[in-house]
Design a protein around this ligand. Structure first.
Ligand SMILES: [Fe+2]
Length: 213
């Protein structure tokens, strides 16, 4: 039998079934099905190959190389995955890419790994900060917080639980990974790790049917 119930086009009018389905999509990573965020990450990683910034390798190679070095140094699985993803935000924004990558990883990794990715530009600035100069924006705009020009800025974070991890990530893996002759592992090597990490969620969301709108 056809459903003749009116379409509820404003959120304030949604029926419990709509709210239930909506809450379910939040639980299943914002999609209408259990499609994996991993596939979207792989798309961004592929698109990173289009970014050539004069560093000697494209950004896909840089991400893979950073992850390869972390993997070969015995880093935890989620750190290797974070290394693989740490620069994929550059597909959207070079100046704010660390925050974009961190938010993609956030539901699936520890607080320390999240902060390592979110702040990695600030730690990387100890290798290049002194040569950059940023002008603007005016007071009405939000400045690019993560683009740092102070090579000493990381020292203010020395008491953070993730400080040593961020120092190692940027010093041993990230800033080293611009070598076109390095024996970098392919994407396929990291896919099982990526699947395991993105399959984890440290939260649960569901419609509370006891509270009727
Ligand atoms: Fe990087």
């Amino acid at each position: 039998m056809a459903d003749h119930s009116p379409v509820r086009t404003a959120m304030a009018q949604w029926a419990p079934e709509q709210l239930d389905r909506w809450a379910s999509t939040i639980q299943s990573r914002g999609k209408a099905s259990e499609a994996h965020s991993m596939s979207e990450v792989l798309v961004l990683l592929e698109k990173s190959a289009e970014i050539e910034d004069g560093s000697g390798v494209d950004q896909k190679e840089h991400c893979l190389q950073t992850a390869t070095r972390a993997f070969r140094d015995g880093a935890d699985e989620e750190i290797v995955v974070a290394a693989l993803c740490h620069d994929i935000g550059k597909v959207f924004s070079a100046v704010n890419h660390s925050a974009i990558a961190a938010e993609i990883l956030r539901p699936h990794v520890s607080r320390d790994v999240y902060e390592m990715v979110r702040n990695h530009m600030l730690f990387e600035s100890r290798f290049y900060g002194g040569v950059l100069q940023i002008s603007g924006p005016d007071q009405s705009r939000v400045p690019p917080t993560y683009l740092c020009t102070d090579p000493e800025a990381h020292k203010a974070l020395a008491d953070e639980s993730w400080y040593r991890l961020a120092m190692r990530f940027t010093g041993d893996w990230d800033q080293q990974s611009f070598d076109p002759d390095y024996d970098t592992l392919p994407v396929a090597h990291f896919q099982p790790l990526l699947a395991r990490v993105f399959d984890r969620r440290f939260y649960s969301v569901k419609f509370n049917s006891a509270v009727q709108p």
